[in-house]
Design a binder for this molecule. Structure first.
Ligand SMILES: [Fe+2]
Ligand SMILES: [Fe+2]
Length: 449
């Protein structure tokens, strides 16, 4: 390329310093050139443009006897491109700087050549074509690569056109949406959504703003999504199984009718702000207690003397059936002492209702009746043999409240009569870790509430 490029520049004709006008004109004509270089030996004195000759001829007189060196114009810096061996860069720099194409160039071989605008333009056009081909090749490569990506990608311009889209993205857009306009309408803003595409296939579609518009990605989340669905259905199965255990369908309806609230406590004012309402809250609370019982059963706790599975399960199902909640909505700020009934009231009510309706024994009755009593507040006649179950029952009642109302993760590790508890939630103030012995009542917190 370098050699061809150099060949495109014609060698400039030259005349000696003492040449007269006729010799200069003859040299111009013979070489079909518009300028001629004036030399003295190896030194360049300047150049003569054909227009200079014409001007002299028109003026006539003594001027016609001048020698070439007398009318030679010195070559200005902007008229000379020093190096064009490598590329057109030097010429382009000159054009940018002075606003016109240089006249001459001097190669490494020292030969002065004239720069033809046509050749420069042709050369630039060739360069442009080469660059365009390179860009097209890179674009094709990017498109090919994008088609083998495991995720779908679409680039939407700021004015709502799809600029680039790979195969996965195209398949989803054409299979899921009426047309690309409908898709763009939904996803040309910052958002994320899970869409079902074909049976069992789920994609998370995320849109993020980029310089030119919005980049939309389609990630296959079928595995995790199907797993969550499975978990949901197993949760449903647990609920169905629990419902089957109930002696009376009215208990299910009763528990489902009791809401639970998520609130934020303000220490200064002593008020709470309602931040969420959990529908069927009490039903969920009981289910979560039953799961904790199942966990304790697996770990052998219910095999201990003084522990009885049926008593605990029955107490769990019935312990809150007498609970009455106030009607509150998100945003309400209330004094909890005023709006919520004291816990022992619903405990007593639940115990009496259960005794009258479901033929419970004394153990279940006492566990329900005193489930909101601190151990130190228990009446003197409370049977001592019930204390292990009473302690365990209050423990799972509290843990389930955290799971149900605060989305806590609670774990129990059972070692003989000791239970190590860890509770973590999105509300760090409620995180706790403690150890309790259900036989002795020994309680030690590892991380204060
Ligand atoms: Fe309760
Ligand atoms: Fe409860």
């Amino acid at each position: 390329m370098k050699e061809n490029f150099m060949e495109q520049f014609s060698t400039l004709p030259s005349v000696p310093a003492e040449a007269n006008l006729v010799e200069v004109a003859k040299t111009l004509l013979e070489n079909d050139s518009s300028i001629v270089v004036v030399n003295r030996g190896n030194e360049i004195l300047g150049y003569i443009d054909w227009k200079d000759i014409v001007k002299l001829l028109i003026s006539g007189g003594e001027d016609l006897r001048v020698k070439a060196e007398e009318i030679a114009r010195p070559i200005k810096e902007e008229e000379m491109a020093e190096s064009i061996e490598e590329d057109l860069h030097d010429i382009i720099v000159k054009i940018r700087k002075h606003g016109r194409i240089p006249i001459l160039t001097r190669g490494k071989d020292g030969i002065r050549r004239k720069i033809s605008p046509e050749i420069v333009i042709t050369r630039l056009a060739n360069l442009h074509d080469e660059e365009r081909k390179k860009r097209t090749d890179v674009e094709c490569l990017i498109n090919d690569m994008m088609d083998v990506f495991p995720i779908g990608i679409t680039l939407i311009s700021n004015n709502g056109n799809i600029l680039i889209s790979n195969k996965i993205a195209n398949d989803i857009i054409s299979g899921k949406y009426k047309d690309s306009k409908e898709f763009v309408k939904i996803f040309n803003r910052e958002q994320a959504e899970v869409v079902k595409y074909k049976e069992g296939k789920f994609y998370r579609i995320c849109s993020t703003p980029v310089k030119e518009g919005f980049l939309v990605t389609f990630t296959d989340i079928s595995n995790e999504y199907n797993m969550v669905e499975k978990l949901r259905s197993s949760q449903h199965e647990v609920e169905v199984a629990f419902t089957m255990m109930l002696p009376d369908q009215r208990i299910e309806a009763r528990l489902k009718s009791i809401v639970e609230y998520i609130d934020q406590y303000d220490e200064k004012s002593g008020m709470i702000k309602i931040t969420g309402v959990i529908k069927e809250g009490c039903f969920k609370h009981v289910i979560n207690m039953l799961k904790l019982i199942a966990d304790a059963l697996n770990q052998g706790l219910l095999e201990l003397p003084g522990m009885d599975k049926n008593t605990i399960v029955q107490s769990t199902i019935l312990h809150d059936i007498g609970k009455v909640q106030p009607s509150l909505k998100i945003g309400d700020i209330v004094n909890p002492k005023e709006v919520f009934e004291k816990g022992y009231l619903h405990a007593f009510r639940s115990a009496e209702l259960s005794k009258a309706l479901y033929n419970i024994d004394e153990k279940v009755y006492n566990l329900i009746k005193f489930h909101h009593h601190e151990e130190s507040e228990l009446p003197k006649g409370f049977p001592e043999y019930l204390l292990p179950m009473y302690r365990f029952f209050r423990l799972i009642d509290g843990l389930s409240a955290g799971i149900t109302r605060r989305g806590s993760k609670a774990s129990m590790k059972i070692d003989g009569t000791k239970i190590f508890v860890k509770e973590e939630s999105n509300f760090p103030d409620y995180n706790q870790e403690f150890e309790m012995d259900i036989y002795t009542g020994y309680y030690q917190t590892k991380r204060p509430l």
